[in-house]
Design a protein around this ligand. Structure first.
Ligand code: SF4
Length: 371
């Protein structure tokens, strides 16, 4: 059979305490999980569950839903029960929704420290309810809603201000002996964000939820998140991630998973190794790579597929892959494990690659099943 694609951790993970978000462990060496947030009105139960189903199908492991109104709070019990993945209620202002979310069976509740101060005296009750139900709390500091006191102290949302804010909020819960906490300190600037998480990581053992907030449209947001998460995860910092994009949430999951795979923190599934094309190319590499990617999307086995524009470097590079094509003279040489298995006309390259990929996948599954 084909060898397994190795997962190579690039750094020792920071030792964090473990919390349980429903069935998903976060921290304490658990695999880094990928989250997103629904964009539907939470009170629209059908639409929200539909979007959660799409997110689940795309590999989302934890989903967050906003809860700004009583109608949203009322929808939480059904959503929490019917969602296939753990649901976190996201609450910015109203303590009463925190209690509602805990009672609704949400897997966790996110509270915003900039606003929690208003319910200082209720921290005890929140801690009690959360403990009684085994519900962890995420303390989510956002540069945009930083506590006034800290804004005054630091002048703006510096890394120090973000970290101090989070630790201060955590201390309010610690006073009530509640430590079932994870923390995020989000900023739209990856440089500030990375430093804030570094400082936080050095000062506590809570699991950390990574996010660049207001990261922007898909292209910019993807790069900002990849750079920031890459910097932190390569130092072992980060237990769960959310890529924020001004794009459908399923896109956030795709990017998040790709980041983890790129860092070797998750088994690579389909990986397309395509050449950048150059003056030697004998085929439209961009188009071919896109068609092959689309054709193989959703394959459940780790598969590295090389798409090469010519036969100069093509065969050599395709050899490193499970499967590949090198184009020349209107034809494609199809490689399996470095051996040319057939030569097909250009118009048949995509379908031949898909066929071969299916065959390899079947073989992998058979090998897997037989031990
Ligand atoms: Fe150029 Fe061929 Fe290399 Fe692609 S495989 S970059 S076309 S030399």
């Amino acid at each position: 059979g084909l060898p397994e694609v190795p997962v190579r951790p690039i750094a020792e993970r920071r030792v964090s305490r473990r919390i349980q978000v429903g069935p998903v462990a976060v921290g304490g060496g658990a695999p880094v999980s990928v989250q997103s947030m629904t964009t539907t009105r939470t009170s629209d139960i059908g639409a929200t569950l539909q979007q959660i189903a799409e997110l689940t199908a795309s590999g989302c492991q934890i989903v967050r839903v906003a809860c700004p109104t009583q109608d949203d709070a009322d929808a939480l019990p059904v959503i929490a029960r019917k969602s296939q993945i753990p649901v976190i209620a996201d609450i910015h202002f109203q303590p009463k929704y925190v209690f509602a979310a805990i009672e609704a069976g949400c897997a966790a509740v996110r509270v915003n420290p900039g606003n929690i101060k208003k319910f200082d005296d209720q921290v005890r009750e929140i801690a009690k309810a959360a403990r009684d139900h085994g519900t962890p709390i995420r303390i989510g500091v956002n540069a945009g809603s930083l506590d006034r006191r800290l804004l005054q102290k630091y002048g703006r949302a510096t890394p120090e201000a973000l970290a101090e804010s989070a630790l201060w909020e955590a201390s309010l819960f610690e006073e009530h002996d509640f430590r079932d906490i994870k923390i995020s300190v989000k900023h739209n600037d990856p440089v500030v964000m990375v430093e804030a998480y570094r400082q936080l990581a050095a000062q506590c053992d809570y699991p950390l939820h990574l996010g660049v907030t207001e990261a922007g449209p898909a292209f910019q947001g993807t790069i900002k998140s990849a750079v920031a998460f890459g910097a932190l995860l390569s130092q072992g910092i980060g237990d769960t991630i959310r890529v924020s994009l001004s794009a459908p949430p399923v896109e956030e999951i795709k990017v998040g998973i790709q980041i983890l795979q790129s860092l070797g923190l998750r088994e690579r599934r389909l990986e397309i190794v395509s050449c950048p094309s150059c003056g030697r190319a004998q085929v439209d590499v961009y188009k071919l790579a896109e068609e092959v990617t689309a054709g193989l999307e959703g394959m459940e086995v780790p598969l590295r597929v090389a798409v090469m524009g010519c036969v100069v470097n093509g065969p050599g590079e395709a050899r490193e892959a499970d499967l590949g094509v090198a184009s020349g003279n209107g034809k494609g040489q199809i490689f399996v494990k470095g051996e040319v298995v057939k030569t097909v006309p250009e118009s048949k390259i995509v379908e031949t690659l898909i066929e071969e990929a299916m065959r390899i996948a079947e073989q992998m599954e058979k090998d897997g099943a037989s031990g």
